[in-house]
Write a protein that binds this ligand. Sequence first.
Ligand SMILES: [Zn+2]
Length: 369
Amino acid sequence: MTDLKSLSIIASVAAFSFALACAPVSDADVAQPPTESAAQDTPAQHVDGATQTVENDADAPSALEQSYVPAPVVEEVFLPPDGEEDAISVPAVEDVQAQCSPSAKQGGLIVCKLPVGAVVKLDGKEVAIVDESQIATIGLKQDASTPAKISWSQNGISHAGFEIPVSPRKDDYRELTGLDCDKVDARSEEQKAHASRSWVKKVAAFANLNAPTTHEIAFLKPADGPYSSPFGPTRKYTGVSKVTGEACNSTSVHRGLDMAVPVGTDLIAPMGGTVVLADPDLYYEGGTIFLDHGYGLVSVFLHLSQVDVQAGQVVKTGERMGATGNTGRTTGPHLHWAVKWRNTAREDRDGDFYIDPAIVLELGDLDLN
Ligand SMILES: [Zn+2]
């Protein structure tokens, strides 16, 4: 299980991009660097379109509709042309058939089965190094172009790969007024210090890549309840600070999937993995658990009332980890579940971003054996 440990890295705090946000903004799962309040003013992606609900996704094509069959490893024997006796045996990498998800969706994921050690590229940029699981996950941003052009190389040999159609998503955009700025940013010294400590913990939790503890990528809903806010919409808020009277605005993209569940609802591991952060009191997030599933996928659970696991603990699919709550910056009880896709070909973590948990759930029962 230690293959990916060789990929352990030191995160670059400055380059690290971490943004979670719930709507409404006072329910800010915002996790921006506490020293970068200017980031609140950064224009966000403006996506026009009808509100997309998770329920609407039920009819969307599955991101993965074919099962995976282990690719045959074939060796060819080359005889030297000058008649020497010794044959040279080399892996016939061209014969190794890679398989990928037949289709995908913006904000989702492509899963490919490829030889160990292969370096995978999306549109010419490195996005994964295949570990012993032989599985590469390729995250797609909300504005990913179609088709996704997947190529890969191994032992210095490049393979043209595949073109996979990427269906578009339409994420809601709204502007809301009347914001109480003090509920968005950490304003007091005590709040800022708390936010800073929280930030350091989160960066540290994402510093390393853990090997998978499961033989398949298959997710369950982490809590039993209806969805209340989908992944993807952009919210721009304007308002004033009750402390300083100054005007402020905040733009955020909701990078998780919210479930409306009462305080105390069981939180289960949607898929097995290694706990990399377990903290009852982060500034924005409240009770928080980060669960590294391997395969370049980390689940994030926020606003918990109980955190009953510890960092370093390995949990199985379906195992109880704590309870949902109403902690941190929220306006009501709910579970915020986010899934971060990580570029395993990079060591600075700057290529990582959040993908849509609803699409991850659609990956279903993928048997990787
Ligand atoms: Zn949320």
